[in-house]
Design a protein around this ligand. Structure first.
Ligand code: NAD
Length: 442
């Protein structure tokens, strides 16, 4: 099938590449010319494991194309995806300007009938707005072209996007007609050969499904952070508690890791947008609002532990920071907890030496050359001349550190924002240890 995708970010690029991998003819479009130019030259604008060789292979085979030209991207496209960002507006609701701009561009350039599939995470009712924007442009041009707007929310995880696209656990299709459902099923069929994983529903339910999924996952994280904060106060170790509850299949092991809060481009904005949607419908979604409040507080927790250790003696100290991305296996620093900690340390007069395996160029883009921040080339270099270590992202390479190097830190203290270390082991090595919800650290 001939497919075009508007928006070549984490979702658009991963989706487009995987669709080309199973034989479709895919054109990825973006308004960012630099991004498209670098993709044409085989350079990826984002880090996503396994994606680069797939892009190279499918571009080389002529099934994956990159462009900034909407008319050529739409020519003959049987399916057109919208995969642009939906960042939070000032009041927390989803900002639909990029989605609606794409809709208008489609309306302005469409020449033959198509199905417009919205993959961006959007509030209930957006499909209707997209439809109106496209129809408005067609009317303005004085042409009549058949099209249908379908909701197909995306569930891929950054850091495992290729796997999630190639082996989805479900494909939600929200559509008004059987013809659209059949077309999408044909598009995706090679991904679900061993058993049917399509979940078909109406458009509005599909739109809400994405928010419900993210809200449930964020709730698990905030819930566990609440338990961690209670554990810290009552002298219990939340890591033991975690192991004591995860084996219950009704609870499960995933997403019950305490830490310094969730970040990234999805959870924070989607939870706020869902709460906002509820309020717009005269409903106060108390649980959802609390999930975000708890997370906001948790993002400041590592600094609270630092304050607990140092009191008012933070100024002039240097902190090594391991992990800048909002989670491992990505370079994405949007709403990352590291950014809050860096700001808090700066405000307290401290300096930061930071290292992340993949997010260094993103950090350079965000912070540039700044007094009080040294961006280091390795985890070891970050420790050089530092007084303390703060671990913010649980990258695998941080898990078995050289304890002698940690002991050599100016103040020999580690603030473990992801509970990756064994407190007893560090303390035996003469290193002061602070974790999340580990009552021993009181
Ligand atoms: P992103 O910011 O990585 O990429 C968006 C891209 O859209 C950018 O390259 C931008 O230049 C481009 N763009 C903006 N306006 C455009 C226009 N008018 N025409 C063409 N391209 C345009 O965003 P993302 O992380 O891929 O997320 C996209 C959507 O998918 C969001 O709604 C997000 O909530 C949702 N989502 C994201 C993830 C994820 O893990 N990142 C997972 C599931 C769903």
């Amino acid at each position: 099938m001939k497919v075009s995708i508007f928006g070549t970010g984490y979702v658009g690029l991963a989706t487009g590449t995987c669709l080309s991998e199973i034989g479709h003819d895919v054109t990825c479009l973006d308004v960012d010319e630099t991004r498209i130019e670098s993709l044409k030259q085989g350079r990826l604008p984002i880090y996503e494991p396994g994606l680069a060789p797939m892009v190279a292979r499918n571009s080389g085979d002529g099934r994956l194309h990159f462009t900034t030209d909407a008319a050529s991207a739409l020519e003959g496209a049987e399916i057109v995806f919208i995969a642009v960002g939906t960042p939070p507006d000032e009041d927390g609701s989803a900002d639909l300007q990029y989605v609606l701009t794409v809709a208008a561009t489609i309306g302005a350039n469409l020449r033959s009938s198509t199905i417009v599939v919205n993959k961006s995470t959007v509030p209930v009712g957006t499909a209707r707005l997209v439809e109106e924007a496209i129809a408005g442009e067609l009317t303005r041009r004085g042409v009549e072209i058949d099209f249908e707007v379908v909701s197909n929310p995306e569930f891929l995880k950054e850091g495992d996007a290729v796997n999630d696209c190639m082996r989805p656990d479900r494909i939600v299709i929200g559509a008004a007609t059987q013809a659209a459902v059949d077309k999408l099923k044909r598009l995706y069929a090679p991904f679900v050969r061993n058993h049917d994983r399509f979940v078909v529903m109406d458009v509005r339910s599909a739109e809400l499904t994405k928010y419900a999924a993210n809200a449930m996952l964020a709730t698990k994280i905030s819930f566990m952070n609440e338990i961690a904060n209670i554990a810290e106060r009552v002298g219990a170790d939340v890591e033991k508690v975690r192991q004591g509850i995860g084996s219950d299949p009704r609870i499960g092991w995933q997403f019950i890791y305490p830490g310094v809060g969730y970040g990234g481009s999805c959870f924070p904005k989607d939870i706020q947008a869902l709460a906002r949607t509820a309020r717009q419908h005269d409903y106060e979604a108390r649980l959802i609002e609390a999930v975000e409040d708890v997370n906001q507080r948790q993002k400041g927790h590592l600094f609270e532990l630092i304050l607990r250790h140092y009191g008012d003696r933070i100024s002039g100290r240097t902190f090594a920071l391991w992990g800048l991305a909002f989670k491992p296996n990505t370079d994405d620093m949007r709403a990352a907890s590291s950014r809050r900690l860096i700001d808090q340390l700066w405000q307290a007069g401290a300096r930061v030496r930071a290292y992340d395996p993949e997010a260094m160029s993103e950090a350079r883009r965000i912070y540039g050359e700044r007094a009080g921040l040294v961006l280091c080339d390795s985890m070891e270099e970050a420790l050089g001349g530092a007084d303390a270590l703060a671990v913010v992202t649980e990258w695998r390479q941080f898990r078995s550190p050289d304890l002698t190097a940690l002991r050599a830190l100016g103040d020999a203290v580690v603030f473990d924002g992801r509970n990756v270390y064994d407190p007893a082991e560090l303390e035996q090595a003469g290193i002061a240890y602070y974790g999340i919800g580990r009552g021993r650290s009181l």
